[in-house]
Design a protein around this ligand. Structure first.
Ligand SMILES: [Zn+2]
Length: 316
């Protein structure tokens, strides 16, 4: 092999690795996807918040139901179809208690680089089980491990369904209940979607944290609703927005048009003027009806003068 050919092969390999790495990172992104609607947190005009539990039902689901009954808090259970078949009576109790069911695939495998018929089967088998359990209305889908790239967003978009993730994931970052509670109370915002895995046997600390998360957020004025109610409340402010909307894209990095600190921006009063942490991001008070949301003026582009580097050609 000539040096030239070897260089070409190495360059091709390096490019393929780079593309693969970027695709893998994108497949697990919490804030971006290639196309279609991505729900991580929704704009709401009230301090509403949603609890969501993944990976059930399990033998622990009943104890979670008892906790929620004591707390009088509704939740959304993203269930795995295969587990629903094994615990059909538990599923019935979740529905009977007034909670919502979401679709978390049939077998909980990563739906990345899978054939269209596999994706379709994973989603639709679980849809059918959720319908059989008696749930009406839209069924929201959350990908296993949050992973998706092309096929799954394409499938969902063609059926006008969003990809639902979350913006708060306490048990990803903390192993102890106190840490999880602190994490949520520090970061919760109106429209937040909290992900917990309290139905998994090893997540005892999550189950311990649940009560304090609910009471702590309530003390701060939050009201718990199911995911469909949260999204419906958002739609009252205007048409559902997608991850392709620049004002929502990467909502961890862009100023939030509806929230100042931890206080919701009531559309009719227009309380929020400026977020100090985003100087230049100004929001104007305006009258707003139920279907005409307050639109933020675009943040002025911040021009930060860079120190002029001295190049050899500048030398006099
Ligand atoms: Zn899962």
């Amino acid at each position: 092999m000539t040096w030239r050919r070897l260089t070409w092969v190495l360059a091709t390999l390096a490019s393929a690795l780079l593309v693969g790495r970027s695709a893998w990172q994108l497949s697990g992104s919490r804030t971006r996807q290639l196309f279609g609607e991505l729900v991580t947190r929704v704009p709401v005009g009230d301090s509403l918040i949603a609890l969501t539990f993944d990976d059930g039902p399990t033998a622990y689901t009943d104890s979670v139901l008892a906790q929620l009954a004591d707390l009088d808090a509704p939740a959304t259970f993203f269930m795995v179809g295969r587990a629903m078949e094994q615990h059909a009576e538990v599923v019935a109790r979740v529905v009977e208690a007034g909670h919502e069911l979401g679709n978390h695939s049939y077998s909980h495998r990563r739906l990345v680089l899978k054939r269209p018929r596999t994706i379709r089967s994973e989603v639709e088998r679980t849809d059918a089980l959720i319908r059989a359990a008696g749930q009406e209305g839209e069924i929201f889908f959350r990908p296993p491990y949050g992973k998706r790239l092309v096929g799954l967003p394409l499938y969902l978009t063609r059926r006008d369904r969003p990809t639902v993730l979350w913006d708060l994931e306490p048990d990803t970052y903390h192993r102890d209940a106190a840490g999880m509670v602190r994490y949520v109370l520090d970061r919760a915002r109106p429209g937040s979607i909290i992900l917990l895995h309290v139905e998994i046997a090893s997540r005892e600390q999550g189950r311990l944290a649940l009560g304090e998360i609910v009471t702590g957020l309530r003390a701060r004025g939050y009201r718990f609703v199911t995911l469909s109610r949260l999204i419906a409340a958002s739609e009252e402010l205007g048409p559902r927005r997608t991850s392709l909307d620049p004002s929502l894209r990467g909502n961890r990095e862009l100023p939030d048009p509806y929230v100042c600190g931890s206080t919701a921006y009531p559309p009719e009063t227009g309380g929020c003027r400026e977020r100090p942490e985003w100087p230049g991001a100004r929001y104007e008070a305006q009258e707003a009806g139920p279907r005409s949301p307050p639109r933020p003026s675009r943040p002025a582009a911040a021009v930060i003068p860079l120190p002029r580097t001295r190049r050899s050609s500048d030398a006099s």
